[in-house]
Ligand binder design. Sequence first.
Ligand code: SAH
Length: 234
Amino acid sequence: MWKARIFTLYPEIFPGALTKGIYGKALEKKIWNLDLVNIRDSAEDKHKTVDDTPFGGGSGMLLKADVLGKSIDKNVQQGERIFYLSPKGKKFDQKFAKELSKEKTINLICGHFEGVDDRILNTRKIEEISIGDYILSGGESAAFVVIDSILRLLPGVIGNVTSNKEESFENGLLEYPQYTKPQLWEKKSVPDVLLSGDHAKIKSWRLSQSEAITRRQRPDLWKKHIKKNKNEKH
Ligand code: SAH
C-alpha cells in the first residue's frame, strides 16, 4: 500500500476530493492510504501554540521548529523521505510524481502563515517541493496536487494502463485533442481521420497534433523535445 503521511493544522480537510471516483475505489481496495498528523497535537503550552513572530522582524508568523520537530520525530519512520511544500522548493512535475509513486510512504509537511523556522529543514533532512511559481495560503492544496498526481500512477488505480502512457508530458509532448459523441455538435463535426478506422493514420494525426500544440502552447517543452530527438538520432 502506498501511503502519504500529512502534517497539517487542518487534518479534517483530507482526504476530501480524493475519495471520489477511481481514487475512492482504490482507497477501499487499500491501494493507498493517508495518515493524518495534526501538528497542533505536538504543541506543549496550554494554548497549544504552533507559531511565533520572526526574529529580526517582518510580517506574519512562522511555524515553530520545536513543535514541528516533535511532530516529525513522533511520526516519521526511519528511511522515509520528508517533504515540505514550499514555493522555494524543487518544481514538482510528472517525473517527480513517478519517482514518489515508487516510495512506500512519503511525508508531506503543510506550512502556513509565512512558512516554517528554517532550522527544521536541515535538522530533519527535509526536501522542499514547489507546485509552481505562485504563493498559496497553506501547503494543503499543494499536498492535494502532489497526491492526486501520484495516485493515478499506482498500479491498479486506473483500469486502462495505456491511458497513462498517452497523457500529456509522458512523451515530452502535450496530449492531442480528443472528441466523443455526438459526432456533429453545434454544426461542428469531429476530424474525419478519427472516423476512418485507419489506426496508423490516426496515430500519425495524433502525433502531429501533439507536436503542433506543444510548439504553440509550450515552446519550452518543444525545445526540449527537439533536443532529445536530435540526441537520440546521433
Ligand atoms: N513566506 C513564504 C510563503 C509562505 S506561504 C515565501 O515567501 O516563500 C504559506 C505556506 O503555503 C507555505 O509554508 C507552504 O507550505 C505553502 N505554499 C505556498 N506556496 C506554495 C507553492 N507554490 N508550492 C507548495 N507549497 C506552497
